[in-house]
Design a protein around this ligand. Structure first.
Ligand SMILES: O=C(O)CC[C@@H](O)C(=O)O
Ligand SMILES: [Zn+2]
Length: 556
């Protein structure tokens, strides 16, 4: 059992002598532009900061085609009023501060407005001429009331890091950006309940909580840019849902503004409250279609003092499933993440960024696991026993365990860096799917075969498709099927859609596990929801937003 002893030896070696660890030898500091920007949280979309971090990704907006041209089937709703100078003046007078309004209506400020008009994937670009940045809930209320009374359509926007085009305008909708609402309102150290403005950046909230030995119950690659209000509005899932559960459970209260200006003050701090319909749940994952979230209260767990991260290579998807079962069985309560990346994903990450991978040799699959507990010795022993077991039973072929915080970050970056890296060739078709775990990877193989058969996949520029790869939150049965391309191409799209959605429907899966519907998935909701469910959703939309001004052309 050569591989087994190699792994166990490497595990022991790293434990005895961190300097000799394969982690340290092979992993370089990350110097390339990162999507995350872990120490540089700021909320300007697409603006590089001093460290070269680009928020929401590098989108040279001018190169992005207008959504209205790419999707001519989407027509501007003629019932919406055209923006006038009078409207702009009203907002300027109301918000007062120069920095609260960006406009290209009365003056040419198209450069300034572009980052708010386009998304980081370079897929969608709107024609907005006005961006408003309210600083209080009261201002949001006055803005929305005016827009509703005057039939002006709006798009709520947080960090603009979404993956389905939900936070950028399609036509001339007014962008309401929450970045100036960035205050932590309170934190109760006994209950662990945080109350904060919607525009607080996720990483800022988590750093604040770290000082209080707590953790935000959500973590994702865009943490340095995304805002907690946007996270709640999209019901973001992220990397530790396996441990902390969904925002539908953790968010205890919401403050939101309806299109008519009504402030819903439901910012409760109660874990239990069975007094009527739980209306806040409609805003969690509502993608700004019925109102704008301006504040949240959220239950934050105690931060675990003992964290371990391991990364290993496996010979098949079968092996990855066995490893997941073993992890649940043997690590049980300390398991906080179980992520899967196929070998192709890791190869492309290396090609796109130059990042060296932690293991020598190639493996068809890789998994990253994290444990979080309260006792270092206990957790390390448990993890070591688990790793020895999966090596001895030949479930895992090789692996490394991080010895310190820096190495943990390096191992995590092999997973967190993937989403952005895959855009390196020009674009990516992204599918975020819930599927039975056993079937998950068959879809990736089927899609690759399908694209290959029609000659769309290849190494040179004459082929639009680079590859079809799969990775994701295996612990949550959530697959990210990504098809990196050299250019967005209708031929490729025709091969992928509705094929992928039909495939998922046959397995009773979901066509949007954690990214939402936005503009990308809107036409396909019927693959995951029945007519009755869609009808009920439309009734809710019409009830809360009878004029349809909230984030139009998206969701349902
Ligand atoms: O880009 C994607 O497809 C996934 C993004 C994100 O949800 C992730 O898990 O990295
Ligand atoms: Zn994800």
């Amino acid at each position: 059992m050569a591989t087994s002893s190699r792994f166990v030896a490497s595990l022991r070696r790293t434990a005895l002598s961190p300097r000799a660890s394969p982690c340290i030898k092979r992993i370089r500091p990350v110097t390339q532009v990162r999507w995350t920007g872990s120490t540089s949280a700021t909320s300007e979309p697409h603006q590089p900061d001093a460290k070269g971090t680009v928020k929401g990704g590098p989108a040279p907006a001018k190169a992005v085609k207008f959504t209205s041209e790419m999707y001519p089937e989407i027509q501007r709703n003629s019932k919406f009023t055209n923006l006038s100078e009078e409207h702009v003046k009203y907002f300027k007078d109301m918000l007062g501060s120069e920095s609260a309004v960006v406009e290209s209506f009365s003056k040419d400020a198209s450069e300034d407005i572009e980052p708010y008009n386009s998304d980081w994937m370079r897929k969608y670009r709107g024609h907005a001429k006005l961006v408003l940045k309210p600083a209080t809930t009261e201002e949001v209320s006055r803005i929305l009331k005016y827009c509703n009374d005057n039939m002006l359509a709006v798009v709520p926007q947080g960090g603009n890091t979404g993956l389905v085009g939900g936070s950028v305008p399609v036509f001339d909708e007014i962008v309401i950006n929450l970045q100036r609402m960035d205050k932590i309102r309170s934190f109760d150290e006994v209950s662990g309940i945080l109350v904060a403005d919607a525009g607080v950046i996720l990483e800022v909230a988590d750093n604040f909580l770290a000082e209080k030995k707590h953790i935000f119950p959500l973590d994702l690659g865009a943490k340095g840019s995304c805002q907690i209000g946007g996270n709640v509005a999209t019901n973001a899932g992220g990397l530790r849902l396996l441990r902390y559960g969904s925002l539908h459970g953790n968010v205890l209260g919401i403050e939101a503004v309806l299109p008519d200006g009504t402030v819903i003050d439901d910012l409760l701090e109660l874990r239990k409250n069975n007094t009527g319909y739980d209306i806040k749940q409609l805003f969690i994952g509502g993608e700004g279609t019925i109102g704008i979230i301006t504040g949240i209260s959220i239950l934050c767990p105690q931060r675990s003092p003992a964290v371990n991260v391991a990364y290993f290579g496996l010979e098949s998807f079968e092996h990855a499933q066995k490893a997941f079962r073993a992890a649940k069985n043997q690590l049980s309560e300390i398991l906080s993440a179980f992520e899967m990346m196929d070998g192709r994903t890791q190869k492309l990450l290396n090609k796109a960024t130059g990042k060296k991978l932690p293991l020598e040799g190639e493996h068809p699959f890789y998994c990253l696991i994290e444990t979080s507990g309260s006792n270092t010795d206990h957790d390390s022993e448990k993890l070591q026993n688990f790793l020895e077991n999966v090596m001895e039973t030949e479930i895992v072929s090789d692996g490394v365990v991080a010895q310190d915080q820096t190495q943990m970050g390096e191992l995590w970056s092999c997973r967190e860096g993937v989403s952005e890296a895959l855009g390196h060739w020009g674009g990516v078709y992204k599918y975020d799917l819930s599927l039975p775990i056993a079937d998950m990877y068959d879809l990736v193989n089927d899609v690759r075969d399908r694209l290959t058969e029609v000659g769309l996949v290849g190494d040179d520029d004459s082929h639009p498709v680079v590859d079809a790869v799969g990775y994701g939150h295996m612990g949550d049965a959530n697959l990210h099927l990504n098809v990196p391309v050299r250019r967005y191409d209708k031929e490729v799209e025709k091969q992928l859609e509705p094929y992928v959605y039909e495939w998922v429907q046959k397995k009773n899966g979901s066509i949007s596990a954690e990214h939402g519907l936005g503009i990308t998935k809107k036409p396909y909701i019927g693959y995951s929801r029945s007519d009755t469910m869609i009808k009920l959703m439309k009734q809710i939309k019409n009830l809360y937003d009878p004029n349809g001004i909230m984030n139009p052309y998206k969701y349902i």
